[in-house]
Design a protein. Structure first.
Ligand SMILES: Nc1ncnc2c1ncn2[C@@H]1O[C@H](COP(=O)(O)OP(=O)(O)O)[C@@H](O)[C@H]1O
Ligand SMILES: [Mg+2]
Length: 372
C-alpha cells in the first residue's frame, strides 16, 4: 500500500450526491467529507434521508447524481461486498438458527477465508465486544444489548475501515442505550476506524460524536462539533431540533440586534449567521438554562421590558441532576427555565416571577429559513 493510500484509508467523501424516489428527493446535493478515524453522526428527523445516505455508501442504493469516494477511491459500480465498509442496523438481523460464533464467522466463510484465520478473527471480534463467553449460545438466548454486540462483532470481523451504524441503539431501553453509547465510543477510539453513526436522538449524537451533520429534508443544514451545534445553531430548525428552546416571534430592529413583540423586547449581542432585515419577521431563541428566575417585585414596571418577562410559576419538575420550571405568561405559551439541582431557586408554585436573560444568550433567526 502506498503512503498516500494509507493516509486516506477510512476517509469518506460525498460530492453533490442526490437520490430521488419518484418525485421526492430523499437526499439532495449532499456534500460531506469524513476524516479517517472520525466519529461522525448524521442527525435528523425521521424521513430526512439518513438511511438512504448510508445505503448509498454501502452500495445497496445507487446515487442519481454525484460521486462517493471511500478511502480516496470512487466506489461507483462497486457492489456492497467489494466496499471497505460494513453496516450495523437497528434490527440486529442475526441468523436465528446459528450460534453467536457462526453468525460472526458467516461472512468470512462466504469469502473462503482459511479456517484457522476465521477462528482467530472471530475470537478477536467477540473479544472486542466482550462476548467471548457467549460464543456457543443461540441469538434467542441473548438480551437485546447482547444481540447488538454480536451484530457489531459480525461487522468488525471484516476489518472494515469504515463502519456505518444505522440507529444501532434505537431498540434498546434508555439505561442500556447509555451504556452502549459509552462502549461504542471507547471501541471506536481503540480501533481508530471511521464511524458514520445515524441517529434521530440529539443527545446521543452530541454525546458521542467528533462532528455532527444535522439533516433536514435530504440536506445537511449544519455540520459542526457538538459544542458549536448546541451553542451556535445556524438556523431556527437546528436551534429547535437540538435541546430545548424558548422561541419568541417578533419583528427585527437594528439588523436583528433588537426583536420586539407585544409582550417582551429582546436584545441580542450575538453575531447572526444570516443577514436580518429591519422590520422582517424573526424568531428569537433563548435556552432554558440561560433563563433566571426571581420573585417579581410588586413595584416592577408593567408593560414591555427588555430581556425580561413576568409570569406565574406553574410547575417544578425534578429531573435528577436538573430542575425544570415552567412559567405561565399571559398571552403566550409557557416559558421553560432550567437550573442545575444545586442552584435551583426556592420559589413556590403560584408565585409571580420575573424571567430574565442576557443578550449574550439571545439568538435571532429569519422566520422563513427554507430558502432554496
Ligand atoms: N425505497 C424507497 N422507495 C421510495 N421512497 C423511499 C425509499 N427509501 C426511502 N424513501 C423515502 O426517502 C425519504 C428518506 O428516507 P430515509 O433515508 O429512510 O430517511 P431516514 O433514515 O432519515 O428516516 C423518505 O421520504 C422515504 O419515504
Ligand atoms: Mg432511517
Amino acid at each position: 500500500m502506498k503512503d498516500s493510500d494509507r493516509a486516506e484509508r477510512g476517509a469518506v467523501r460525498l460530492v453533490d450526491v442526490s437520490k430521488r424516489f419518484d418525485q421526492t428527493f430523499a437526499v439532495r446535493s449532499f456534500n460531506l467529507q469524513v476524516r479517517p478515524g472520525e466519529f461522525l453522526s448524521l442527525l435528523g428527523p425521521s424521513g430526512c434521508g439518513k438511511t438512504t445516505t448510508l445505503r448509498m455508501l454501502s452500495g445497496f442504493e445507487t446515487p442519481d447524481t454525484g460521486e462517493i469516494l471511500i478511502s480516496g477511491k470512487s466506489v461507483a459500480g462497486l457492489p456492497p461486498y467489494k466496499r471497505d465498509v460494513n453496516t450495523v442496523f437497528q434490527a440486529y438481523a442475526l441468523f436465528p438458527h446459528m450460534s453467536v460464533a457462526e453468525n460472526v464467522s458467516y461472512g468470512l466463510m462466504q469469502k473462503h477465508v482459511a479456517r484457522g484465520e476465521i477462528n482467530r478473527r472471530v475470537g478477536e471480534a467477540l473479544e472486542m465486544v466482550r462476548m467471548v463467553s457467549f460464543a456457543k449460545r443461540s441469538p434467542k438466548q441473548l438480551s437485546g444489548g447482547q444481540q447488538q454486540r454480536v451484530a457489531l462483532a459480525r461487522a468488525l470481523v471484516n476489518q472494515p475501515s469504515v463502519l456505518l451504524l444505522d440507529e444501532p441503539l434505537g431498540a434498546l431501553d434508555r439505561k442500556l442505550r447509555e451504556e452502549m453509547q459509552i462502549e461504542l465510543k471507547l471501541l471506536q477510539s481503540q480501533l481508530g476506524i471511521t464511524f458514520i453513526f445515524v441517529t434521530h436522538d440529539q443527545e446521543e449524537a452530541l454525546s458521542m460524536s467528533d462532528r455532527v451533520a444535522v439533516m433536514n429534508e435530504g440536506e445537511i443544514v449544519q455540520l459542526d462539533t457538538p459544542d458549536t451545534i448546541y451553542e451556535d445553531p445556524n438556523s431556527a430548525f437546528v436551534a429547535g431540533f437540538i435541546g430545548q428552546q424558548n422561541f419568541f416571534n417578533g419583528v427585527a430592529q437594528e439588523q436583528g440586534r433588537l426583536v420586539t413583540n407585544e409582550l417582551v423586547n429582546l436584545s441580542s449581542s450575538r453575531k447572526h449567521s444570516q443577514i436580518i432585515a429591519n422590520e422582517s419577521n424573526v424568531l428569537a431563541s433563548v435556552r432554558p438554562e440561560t433563563i433566571s428566575l426571581q420573585v417579581a417585585d410588586n413595584a416592577a414596571t408593567h408593560g414591555v421590558s427588555l430581556n425580561r418577562i413576568e409570569g406565574e410559576l406553574a410547575s417544578i419538575a425534578h429531573l435528577g441532576d436538573s430542575v425544570q420550571l415552567i412559567i405561565r405568561v399571559p398571552g403566550r405559551s409557557e416559558i421553560i427555565s432550567k437550573y442545575s439541582r444545586s442552584d435551583a431557586p426556592n420559589i413556590g408554585v403560584g408565585t409571580t416571577v420575573s424571567c430574565s436573560w442576557s443578550d449574550l444568550d439571545v439568538h435571532v433567526y429569519p422566520t422563513s429559513t427554507n430558502e432554496r
